[in-house]
Design a protein around this ligand. Structure first.
Ligand code: PMP
Length: 397
């Protein structure tokens, strides 16, 4: 199998797996139990992983909160800030995001905005979101602006500035797009609101370990991450929450999972120690190998682009040619129906027609960049660090 769907998930690095194994076997203690060696070992492992992730983004370890993944981190930030600002601080109810965010941002914002999906037959709210639904609006008391983007899927400074209201409490803009790879200028966008008492979040899931992230340089308040995009295990992610003053997270927001005091009370529940250790190890490897990783993936990407172009001269490469996530190649192949090609290659090659979280639906990202008519011809190829030869893939096309 030639696996080229690494934006959906990456294979686990053998070093990561080795680091995790003891915590699935003999080191099974609960880090919150604390008072005996087995629990202390687990607590030490969790804290070491926190430091490793913090070091990858140049933050303090007390600014890292572990979650189950980036979907949870995104839900936590949006709902936690929205709830706190509106009901405790009475500060405002307006949130700004973009039209090309990951679904875990979009659907959370639509939920706050009052969108309810109904089962068509019974007119009852669904506990999940099926494909064919009718939607109605209820008043949850929030107001969300979904910003348009440019031809590369990026949010422009002036469109963000114009959308800000007196009631704006939170802005959330994706750092690197999971479908077309374009990078937003998060430093410049977050700097715009730095002085205005508005919190800034960025979904950094696709860029962690792939570009340099330095929270001392970029004035974001929150970031979301996921381990399984950087050769770590699934089911573990994190949230960066800036410490404005002391050594404890002190941006007030409502907890997402109420219960015990794990993760400073923001996120109750027994730590998944093996997964946290895997995430920490993946972060440590990403930091250690960042330079070589970027060089290898960039070279492979250039070669792949060249080979695709020579085989399909009318290919349209999407996204920002300069500022994009290394290793993502989003293309439109005119005349080629993506679902049919993916099906035809499915036993030998894994490629994608967009985000795994939106599979079966036309891509809203492609629509937002003005290429709706070609959404059936859109293919995303995403590389990983273990690939050495791309020729076999090109031959299979
Ligand atoms: N945000 C982005 C940009 C993503 O690409 C993904 C993964 N598809 C997520 C959030 C969700 O991550 P997780 O699978 O960890 O919930």
């Amino acid at each position: 199998m030639i696996y080229l769907d690494n934006s959906a998930t990456t294979p686990i690095d053998p070093e990561v797996l080795d680091a995790m194994m003891p915590y699935l076997k003999e080191e099974f203690g609960n880090p919150s139990s604390r008072h005996y060696t087995l629990a202390k070992n687990a607590e030490k492992a969790v804290e070491e992983s926190r430091e490793r992730l913090a070091s990858l983004i140049n933050s303090k370890s007390s600014e890292i909160i572990f979650t189950s993944g980036a979907s949870e981190s995104n839900n936590f930030v949006i709902k936690g800030v929205a709830d706190y600002k509106k009901y405790y601080e009475h500060r405002g109810n307006h949130i700004i995001t973009s039209k090309v965010e990951h679904k875990s941002i979009l659907q959370t914002c639509k939920f706050l905005n009052g969108e309810v999906y109904l089962n068509k037959e019974k007119n009852k709210p669904k506990s999940y979101i099926p494909r064919k639904v009718k939607s109605i609006n209820v008043d949850r008391g929030y107001d969300v602006t979904f910003l348009d983007v440019n031809e590369y899927g990026q949010v422009e400074n002036n469109s963000l500035s114009e959308a800000i209201k007196d009631t704006t409490v939170l802005i959330s803009v994706i750092w690197g797009n999971n479908e077309i790879g374009s990078l937003n200028d998060i430093k410049s966008l977050s700097s715009l609101v730095k002085e205005r008492n508005i919190l800034f979040h960025s979904d950094a899931t696709q860029v962690l370990g792939k570009i340099n992230i330095d929270v001392k340089e970029v004035p974001v308040d929150f970031l979301s991450f996921s381990a399984h995009k950087i050769y770590g295990p699934k089911g573990i992610g994190a949230c960066y929450i800036r410490n404005k003053m002391k050594d404890v997270p002190n941006i007030d927001m409502t907890a997402l999972i109420h219960g015990g005091l794990q993760e400073c009370g923001y996120r109750a529940g027994t730590h998944a120690v093996h997964n946290i250790v895997g995430f920490g190890k993946a972060a440590e490897i990403a930091k250690r190998n960042m330079k070589e990783y970027i060089k290898k993936i960039t070279d492979l990407e250039l070669e792949t682009r060249k080979l695709i172009k020579s085989k399909f001269p009318n290919v349209d490469f999407l996204g920002d040619p300069e500022n994009h996530i290394p290793g993502i190649i989003p293309i439109i192949l005119p005349g080629v129906i993506n679902e049919l090609l993916i099906e035809k290659l499915s036993n030998d090659v894994a490629i994608s027609s967009g985000s795994a979280c939106s599979i079966g639906e036309p891509s809203y990202v492609i629509e937002a960049i003005g290429k709706k008519d070609f959404s059936n011809n859109f293919i995303r190829i995403s590389l990983n660090k273990f690939i050495d030869d791309i020729n076999k893939f090109i031959l299979s096309l």
